[in-house]
Write a protein that binds this ligand. Structure first.
Ligand code: GLU
Length: 465
């Protein structure tokens, strides 16, 4: 049978990185087996689901490169079908109408709590006939849960997990207003979508027992369940806003590359030897559910940035220029000129060697797009103040007469000037750097000058004289 997995986010917030990892695993599993990966938006919580969150989730998945098959499915739009299944279960004797009012339930709950007991609905209407129903009360539909014995979920990650059936009560599958509950909707949708593998966060493991009852009542085959551990912060607690960035959109803003995020999320809680860097092709080849650990994964931003630096280095120069352009345009307040973009492209091999994120890269590249007068850093101003202006003026003239304006020629010229005039090389280079970049640090300076070309180099140098 063809493998079909799905990702089923609730659009009540942005795409959490835990959700992103679940999506990645489901995607990898489907792709590896030449199956299909579907997307279902679980938008049944009408009060908290928003179009805006759905858009953020779709954008985040797109950014991550996790393409799904077909159109996204709205769970809310299937509500009628879910209700039909609930009524069918009543007809088959696997569920029943329950007329216990809210007030009666509250009274039962308080009585149980007063005795220090955990409240379980006692099945008051389980065997009553609806002819006894009070007038004017809309019933809920409750499943007939098993009252004795035990039940085991064979989970592909957690192994066999068993509970006593008496721990489950007759839970509601259809509310009094006719809307299905989450437990029912998920099962009906997974069945109708022909999902073979349900890969999701282990916070849903306990729901699985209840969902199994619905599968069995309907005579539907269970999918294979794989509950993956949640992501925890460095302190071992469930990752939340308190730990800083939690949404995929936050990491986009932090300048992380999708390939680094994929590699990082894959390695987080899934292991294949000691390999740190795992390309997409390699991941598709190696990924298997067996490799997913049971322990919660701990998020480590430094590791993500380490991988990000690797993927920035690997990425094509022109792609990086496109990625940092929006940041630089914001910085300069205008569209980048063709010249500015060419400089970025030529300077990129040296710039990308050092950056751990795209914002750092943009910040390091900014001098290529800034115009005179440059926003000189304080350190650069001090260097220029102390510099020998006659020497700089000579340097400008010599550079102007240089025949080929390549890094090697520029380096040789500075060296000659240093030797012939008994000036320390750094006393030439440091002010030259400050003049060209407005900074005290930059990539290899002669290369920077080569990128600028003769006219701009001389112009920037003369501007500080
Ligand atoms: N909508 C659920 C969530 O966002 C996922 C349910 C499932 O995967 O079965 O946590």
């Amino acid at each position: 049978m063809a493998i079909r997995t799905r990702f089923a986010p609730s659009p009540t917030g942005a795409l959490h990185i835990g959700g992103a990892r679940t999506a990645l695993f489901s995607w990898l599993y489907a792709k590896k087996h030449h199956g299909e990966f579907l997307l279902r938006i679980e938008d049944t919580d009408r009060a908290r689901s928003t179009e805006e969150n759905t858009k953020i989730i779709l954008d985040s998945l797109k950014w991550l490169g996790l393409d799904f098959d077909g159109e996204p499915i709205s769970q809310f739009e299937n509500a009628k079908r879910h209700a039909e299944v609930a009524h069918e279960m009543v007809k088959n004797g696997d569920a029943y109408y329950c007329y216990t009012s809210q007030a009666e339930l509250e009274a039962m709950r308080s009585a149980a709590e007063a005795k220090g007991e955990h409240f379980r609905y006692p099945g008051t209407w389980r065997d009553k006939s609806p002819t006894e129903a009070p007038a004017g009360v809309d019933p809920v539909v409750r499943i007939k849960a098993r009252q004795s014995g035990d039940m085991t979920v064979h989970d592909a990650v957690q192994g066999d997990v068993t509970i006593q059936n008496k721990e489950l009560d007759d839970f509601i599958i259809l509310r009094a207003d006719g809307t299905p509950t989450y437990l029912l909707s998920v099962v009906v949708d997974d069945h109708d979508m022909k999902i073979t593998h349900v890969i999701r966060g282990d916070d849903h493991l306990t729901n699985t027992f209840k969902q199994k009852l619905i599968y069995e009542a309907m005579g539907w085959k269970n999918p294979i369940f794989a509950h993956i551990p949640l992501i925890h912060g460095a302190d071992g607690k469930k990752m939340s806003k308190r730990h800083g960035a939690t949404g995929v959109d936050d990491y986009i803003a932090l300048g992380i590359l999708p390939e680094a995020m994929r590699n990082y999320l894959l390695k987080l809680g899934w292991s294949h030897g000691d390999d740190e860097i795992i390309s997409d092709e390699h991941a598709l080849e190696l990924f298997d559910i067996d490799g997913i650990g049971r322990a919660p994964a701990r998020f480590d931003l430094d590791k993500l940035r380490f991988l990000n630096a690797h993927y920035i280095k690997e990425k094509a120069d022109d792609a990086l220029v496109s990625l940092i352009m929006p940041v630089l345009q914001k910085h300069t307040g205008s569209e980048l000129s063709c010249t500015a973009r060419m400089r970025l492209l030529k300077g990129m091999p040296d710039l990308k060697d050092r950056a751990k994120d795209l914002n750092e890269l943009a910040e390091a590249a900014a001098f290529y797009v800034e115009e005179l007068p440059l926003p000189y850093e304080d350190k650069a101003k001090d260097i220029l103040k102390d510099a020998d202006k006659d020497m700089l003026s000579n340097l400008a003239t010599l550079l102007e007469h240089l025949e080929t304006f390549q890094a090697d020629d520029i380096d040789a010229l500075c060296k000659r000037m240093s030797e012939e005039n008994d000036i320390k090389l750094k006393d030439i280079m440091m002010p030259l750097r400050a003049a060209l970049t407005g900074r005290s640090q930059s990539p290899h300076l002669a290369k920077v000058a080569e990128v600028f070309g003769k006219d701009e180099t001389v112009k920037r140098l003369r501007a500080v004289l």
